[in-house]
Design a binder for this molecule. Structure first.
Ligand SMILES: [Zn+2]
Length: 193
């Protein structure tokens, strides 16, 4: 039975590495996979899943308004896939999460989504909220705060090294702009009492 999986984490926990390893495990056994990531510019289909430890893979992309059930059906008409992998799944729309649920239920293909649980304000991303509601299985990809506790929160650092409290939810950064922290140290960083 295929399932819808949500592997969630905070920034820099290595979720793309986990995705690429899982996809590789299928391909090593001669099974094809279909890898999708969020489209951040206007070049449809020109995606890449990259991990900080240096491995990467080409990927198709999804954008707001895309019908992912139709997209998967089109891919399957070119040949079967053993598993579908979605990186940056926090950027999925609620409707798109339902489309992926239909892929699992009606096409019987497992879908593994990897994404951030909360943004730098401590709010759920829409895609993550839908996945938390609909996924059959959830797994946490863990990383730690500087104090050694599990990091569950993220702060966005401004150029002055101070944590930002407001701003757009969607901004793509790397190690230099986001820091993962435990909740207590996140509250210290954003000045929350
Ligand atoms: Zn801490």
């Amino acid at each position: 039975m295929a399932k819808l999986y949500f592997h969630y984490s905070t920034m820099n926990a290595g979720k793309s590495t986990v995705l690429l390893q899982a996809s590789y495990n299928y391909r090593e056994r001669g099974m094809d996979t279909y890898v999708l990531t969020a489209q951040f510019d206007n070049r449809a289909g020109q995606g890449k899943v990259a991990s900080r430890i240096g491995i990467d893979s080409r990927a198709d992309t999804f954008a707001p308004g895309d019908d992912l059930f139709a997209k998967v059906q089109a891919r399957l008409s070119d040949g079967s896939v053993a598993c579908i992998f979605i990186d940056e799944s926090q950027f999925l729309e609620k409707d798109q999460v339902w489309q992926l649920a239909r892929v699992v239920d009606d096409l019987d293909v497992p879908v593994m989504c990897y994404g951030l649980r909360v943004d730098f304000r401590g709010e759920l991303f829409p895609g993550s909220a839908a996945l938390l509601a609909l996924a059959d299985e959830m797994r946490e990809v863990r990383t730690i705060c500087h104090c050694g506790k599990k990091a569950t929160m993220v702060v966005r650092m401004g150029p002055d090294g101070q944590a930002l409290k407001e701003g757009a939810q969607v901004q793509i950064g790397g190690n230099e702009t986001y820091v993962s922290l435990c909740r207590r140290h996140w509250r210290d960083a954003v000045g929350d009492q």
